[in-house]
Design a protein around this ligand. Structure first.
Ligand code: SAM
Length: 312
């Protein structure tokens, strides 16, 4: 499977679809659900077809794009991601059987991976241990967590660099936390990176969104009210100077077609627009490729494997 992945990934172009989606954004044709669906099929169809050639069937979402129901379908995508990790780790070289799940929130995905992979150590990390503790409390009937799982309190913007995971995986890491997790994988030279991004509106220190009269927009407006207050505290939660506005776009390739002000404007429209979310994520695909990974992408899910770790 990894050989087919690398062969297919090599042929993929992320810059052209990013440019096409950017043209949609600049034309103002975003946030209309029917148009968004058609535009994504047109501009990302090749990436989706490539994904289908390499990976098991992608979980179909019965809900309309950019609705709260669509947003909460992410649980199905997370379960799909976990299955991809479990299916691929046996193919990874080396005897360091360590999986790190940064921004682990409740730790349930990490514990589930630990149960599925008893021969691997799984470390869930998060800057805030509270959520994990609360979850353990309410799920006490599940008994003790698997012995090969542990939680470590950690700010992903200042990670423990001594730890050398073979796999970095996460299931939603808001805004620049995703970029902190990608940089952690790159710095640790983790062979496999499997993850889902989220809250694209919070990249580059941004907490402003374009308002539109719909439930998903109200939800993100409330969230950003809270995030703006968290940001002021400068306590490492969600925001870091290293991931300020000027740090975006992340990739050199994307900087040729979009500047920081435009990508932040794109982010401010991301709550209502998958076109905008994909623009931010395609930049991340280019960034991973520039940092030694082959990568494939679909609907906020990334599967990346380091070229240097391809078996001879
Ligand atoms: C709220 S969750 C994301 C859930 C997500 N919206 C989803 O789609 O599933 C984000 C997690 O990131 C953690 N987090 C925030 N800043 C962090 C940092 N600097 N380092 C590590 N974890 C961080 C938070 O504590 C939280 O548990």
């Amino acid at each position: 499977m990894l050989a087919a992945f690398h062969e297919t990934s090599h042929q993929l172009d992320f810059l052209r679809p990013m440019n096409s989606l950017l043209a949609e954004f600049e034309r103002g044709s975003i946030a209309d659900r029917a148009h968004e669906t058609a535009a994504i099929e047109t501009h990302l169809g090749a990436l989706h077809a490539a994904w289908d050639r390499v990976f098991p069937a992608f979980p179909a979402c019965p809900w309309r794009r950019r609705t709260l129901a669509w947003e909460y379908h992410r649980g199905c995508r997370d379960a799909y991601l976990r299955r991809l990790v479990v299916a691929h780790v046996p193919m990874l070289a080396g005897d360091n059987r360590l999986i790190v799940n940064p921004a682990t929130v409740l730790g349930r995905h990490a514990r589930s991976l630990a149960r599925a992979l008893p021969a691997w150590q799984v470390v869930g990390t998060d800057i805030d241990p509270l959520a994990g503790r609360l979850h353990r409390l309410v799920t006490i009937w599940q008994g003790h967590p698997p012995p090969n799982y542990r939680f470590e309190r950690e700010n992903v913007f200042e990670p423990d660099r001594a730890r050398r995971p073979t796999v970095v995986t996460f299931f939603g890491a808001c805004g620049s936390v995703t970029d902190g997790c990608l940089d952690y994988a790159i710095a640790a030279q983790a062979p496999l990176l499997v993850c889902r991004s989220c809250c694209h509106d919070n990249i580059g220190g941004n907490t402003d969104i374009v308002r539109r009269p719909r439930p998903i927009n109200w939800f993100f407006a409330c969230k950003n009210w809270g995030f703006a207050r968290i940001k002021k505290k400068r306590n490492g939660f969600y925001f870091a100077d290293r991931y300020c506005r000027a740090a975006y776009p992340r990739s050199t390739a994307a900087r040729a077609i979009i500047d920081s002000d435009t990508i932040i404007a794109v982010a401010q429209n991301a709550p209502d627009s998958d076109i905008c979310r994909h623009i931010v994520d395609l930049d991340r695909c280019l960034y991973l490729r520039e940092n030694g990974y082959d990568v494939m992408y679909r609907e906020e899910l990334f599967f990346a494997h380091r070229r240097a770790d391809v078996a001879p």
